[in-house]
Design a protein around this ligand. Structure first.
Ligand SMILES: Nc1ncnc2c1ncn2[C@@H]1O[C@H](COP(=O)(O)OP(=O)(O)OP(=O)(O)O)[C@@H](O)[C@H]1O
Length: 819
């Protein structure tokens, strides 16, 4: 790939540098997988536990010993079930620094109740019911023993984080622990923590080791605890290390200090579980093991409980934020409904000159006909211009491109004010997108917005062009904003150290079509790219679809305190409202006849028609294109098998004209803005729901109307389950007259046999990769052969043994292997 430099930063050779990057990416990938696994396990555990709980009934007492079982399970289960709960590493888990535990005096009422319970409870017996009662009657606040008092202390209880809190512990609770450690079911939810408490003026550990002073019940408690911890430790594959030592009581009785702790339970439990011996001895002190959330919430850094005041403050801030969010949503929702019901575009009343962007940019926007912002621009601009990380979801064709290009220009302007002494300017803003067409389009759009900004340049870096030429262009022309596809960008990062150096000045990273870029196909490249960028940067993620997994994975690139803006709204339809969606189910044998019929009908009805036909693979696209061309339709093709220059030319032609049909593969699925498309036909089941939405989004842009038809074979109807929530009408297939059928059959015949064979192979590969179909290989082979017949293949073409092996198709009836 082009002649790169001999040395790389740090005096590394090209291969060392490359290996280093690969190693880093591998490590990150492993970390990610580990997190995903932990998350999954945690979810399973909490679900199982939650399902074992008694069905209804009042909430369990807030404090019930270190186990705090039901509250803990509920909290976990609730948390995992909440929409958006996939984000386990949220701020609720507390700050990363150690916060002091505030102490509060026990209110007199509590003390009275405690005394009442004390007197009613035999020293050696656990009286769980009493504690339940007491707990129920108490407000959920942290209560600690009065200094020097003998009374028990109620652990901090934060309603927001029940699973982290610990039950009230009493000085004579060694036996009481029998109660709450008793039932085995409770073991698993105990938060391992070191507990010590005061008797008189002395610190007394739980579980006295001195046999002379130890009651039988206390011994039982100790036994139970040991059992408990070892059971828990075994379950999680970690060792627990009991630390025993002896302290002398003031009254001469010796009380052993048993400091129970896990060696490495969850995150660094060691420090967390130490008894704090420096503080006030009159108060009960605890430090919480991060194992309270077990490994399911493990982080590299240790989390510590927030202080009471801090939490209250946080809570207040959170409530305020939520209120604002709800208000914003309402405003956005009303705005959207207003425009949609009026049948207008998605423009809001806010003008660009009110958004705090440079007057020169506003001038360029006005020239381009942009005066008012769209909903997504109105929502995104203030947050992006504040410098925050954002994840934004907005429907297709609603102006997301400008929503991130404008902040990109602003960040360049700001950076250029402070960075004036560079010979070659750093790249201040980097926009990543999945396809070349989209990169070219975004570059053109950025150029429009930069019309009056002299000295600021935008360039694209995409595959299919000459590496050396790119290199020269990057060095000679101004480039403060770079729009790139991941593969080619990575080539430059790995092979041009001067390019990597330029990226070190980066201020803003944008991932357009973020869900696709963070998908498995791109993720490795994205990780490598992100590794080579400065950490101090702003990151913006945009897409029309953001599946839950993507929200979680987005943490790879976004800061923890990023903002999620959803202009679509929970439960709202994700497709443009003015696009009429329908589905036709037709047997394979008639698929191509049906495409022809639908196109003819549409052309007859729409004078200025502009149609996109999406096919499943590049080779099927080519087949359909040749067939339609032979049927005398005004048709063009774009797919990955075509040279880039051709693709660019066709793309531009289709953008600027009408009365044209574009047959394309998924290279045109996302982001590409072809104005005034009147109809989108999707032939065959799309790979997933997101593909369906993005393909359909090529029509009905800017609030205009459009039509979408999904053409499925009967066995592809499973896909309708994935898009069941979208307003799709299923229609019976119209008849095809004999004359038309014959015409199509003739056109199929003229397609070259090699293209048909390649189409068969591609078809087989595509559906083999779709889990719903690819699982049953015999059926798949049968369906592939039917497809082969429908495109005029007399017998299924043979495939290479190696390919068959890879696809799991060896020895499958109906699959021919090449000798
Ligand atoms: N404020 C505006 N005023 C007028 N037209 C606008 C405005 N913002 C965007 N547009 C136009 O809306 C169309 C769609 O914009 P854009 O391509 O940015 O949509 P998108 O949300 O990125 O779509 P996709 O999800 O498909 O990527 C474009 O033709 C663009 O010129």
């Amino acid at each position: 790939m082009g002649g790169g430099p001999r040395t790389f930063p740090g005096g590394l050779s090209k291969w060392q540098y490359k290996r280093m990057h690969e190693k880093l990416a591998r490590q990150k990938q492993r970390g990610l997988l580990r997190h995903e696994k932990q998350l999954y396990l945690a979810r399973l555990r909490s679900e199982i536990r939650a399902s074992r709980l008694p069905a209804a009934g009042p909430d369990p007492p807030p404090t019930e010993g270190p186990t705090s079982s039901r509250a803990h399970i509920r909290a976990l289960a609730d948390r995992f079930r909440k929409p958006g709960a996939e984000d386990l590493w949220n701020e609720d888990d507390g700050p990363l620094r150690r916060a002091k535990q505030p102490s509060t005096r026990i209110p007199p009422a509590v003390q009275q109740q405690q005394q009442r319970l004390d007197s009613g409870r035999p020293r050696g017996g656990a009286n769980w019911k009493d504690w339940e009662e007491l707990a129920r009657e108490q407000p959920r606040t942290r209560v600690e023993a009065a200094p020097g008092g003998k009374g028990p202390s109620l652990a901090a209880f934060n309603p927001k984080r029940e699973y982290r809190t610990v039950a009230p512990l009493r000085s004579h609770w060694s036996s009481a622990s029998l109660g709450f450690f008793g039932p085995k079911r409770r073991y698993s939810v105990m938060s391992p923590c070191t507990v010590s408490w005061h008797l008189g003026d002395e610190l007394r550990p739980l579980g006295a080791a001195n046999a002379g002073n130890r009651s039988e019940a206390a011994a039982m408690a100790l036994f139970n605890q040991e059992r408990l911890y070892s059971v828990a430790a075994r379950r999680f594959g970690r060792k627990w290390r009991p630390h025993s030592s002896s302290d002398e009581d003031q009254d001469g009785t010796s009380t052993p200090k048993r400091n129970l702790r896990f060696g490495k339970f969850g995150a660094s439990s060691e420090e967390d579980s130490e008894i704090d011996e420096t503080g006030d001895r009159g108060t009960i002190r605890r430090r919480w093991s991060s194992a309270a959330l077990r490994n399911c919430d493990m982080k590299k850094e240790r989390r510590v409980l927030k202080s009471y005041e801090e939490e209250n403050n946080d809570l207040a801030v959170r409530i305020r934020e939520l209120r604002e969010e709800i208000k914003n949503r309402e405003v956005l929702g009303t705005e959207r409904r207003r425009y949609e019901s009026k049948g207008e575009s998605l423009l809001t009343s806010k003008r660009f000159d009110e958004c705090g962007i440079s007057p020169l940019t506003v001038k360029a926007l006005t020239d381009a006909g942009y005066v008012q912002t769209t909903v997504v621009q109105e929502a995104a601009l203030p947050i992006c211009l504040e410098g925050k990380d954002v994840l934004i979801k907005a429907k297709t064709g609603t102006g997301k491109s400008a929503a991130f290009l404008l902040p990109a220009i602003e960040s360049v302007l700001n950076a250029m004010k402070s960075n004036t002494n560079h010979r070659v300017s750093p790249i201040f803003a980097l926009v990543l997108c999945p396809t070349r067409e989209l990169a070219i389009q975004l570059t053109a759009e950025a150029n429009v917005l930069l019309k009056y900004h002299e000295g600021i340049g935008v360039q694209s870096l995409i595959g299919g062009t000459r590496f050396k030429l790119d290199q020269r262009r990057l060095e000679s022309d101004p480039c403060q904003i770079l729009v790139a596809t991941p593969g080619r960008l990575l080539d430059h990062i790995e092979n041009r150290s001067s390019f990597s150096v330029r990226l070190m000045g980066l201020k803003l990273l944008v991932l357009d079509e973020a869900d696709h870029l963070l998908d498995l196909g791109f993720r490795k490249d994205i990780e490598k790219i992100v590794d080579s960028l400065p950490r101090q940067r702003q990151t913006l993620l945009f897409s029309a679809t953001i599946p839950k997994e993507v929200r979680r994975v987005s943490q790879l690139v976004l800061k923890r305190d990023h903002i999620f803006v959803d202009t679509v709204g929970l439960g709202a339809v994700e497709t443009p409202t003015k696009v009429q969606q329908s589905c036709l189910v037709v047997t394979h044998e008639l698929h191509f006849h049906m495409i022809h019929r639908l196109l003819r009908e549409h052309i007859d009805r729409e004078i200025d028609y502009k149609v996109i036909v999406f096919c499943t693979t590049a080779m099927v696209t080519e087949f359909v294109y040749i067939m339609l061309r032979d049927l005398k339709l005004n048709v063009r093709e774009i797919h990955s098998r075509k040279p880039q220059l051709y693709r660019t030319r066709i793309s531009e032609e289709f953008r600027d004209s009408n009365r044209l049909i574009l047959v394309t593969s998924d290279v045109s699925t996302r982001g590409v803005n072809y104005p005034d498309v009147t109809l989108v036909i999707q032939v065959g089941a799309p790979p997933d729901r997101e593909h369906y939405i993005h393909r359909l989004g090529r029509t009905g842009r800017e609030g205009k109307s459009g039509k979408g038809i999904l053409l499925l074979a009967p066995w592809e109807e499973y896909f309708l389950n994935e898009i069941g929530d979208l307003p799709i009408e299923k229609y019976p297939a119209p008849d095809i007259d004999q004359e038309m059928k014959q015409k199509v059959d003739d056109s199929i015949k003229i397609v070259d046999m090699s293209i048909k064979e390649a189409a068969y192979h591609a078809w087989l590969g595509y559906y083999n990769s779709i889990a719903d179909i690819g699982r049953d290989k015999t059926t798949l082979a049968d369906l592939a052969n039917r497809f082969g017949t429908s495109i005029g293949l007399e017998k299924p073409p043979a495939i290479y043994r190696k390919t068959a092996l890879k696809m799991g198709l060896k020895d499958v009836p109906g699959i021919r292997i090449r000798k």
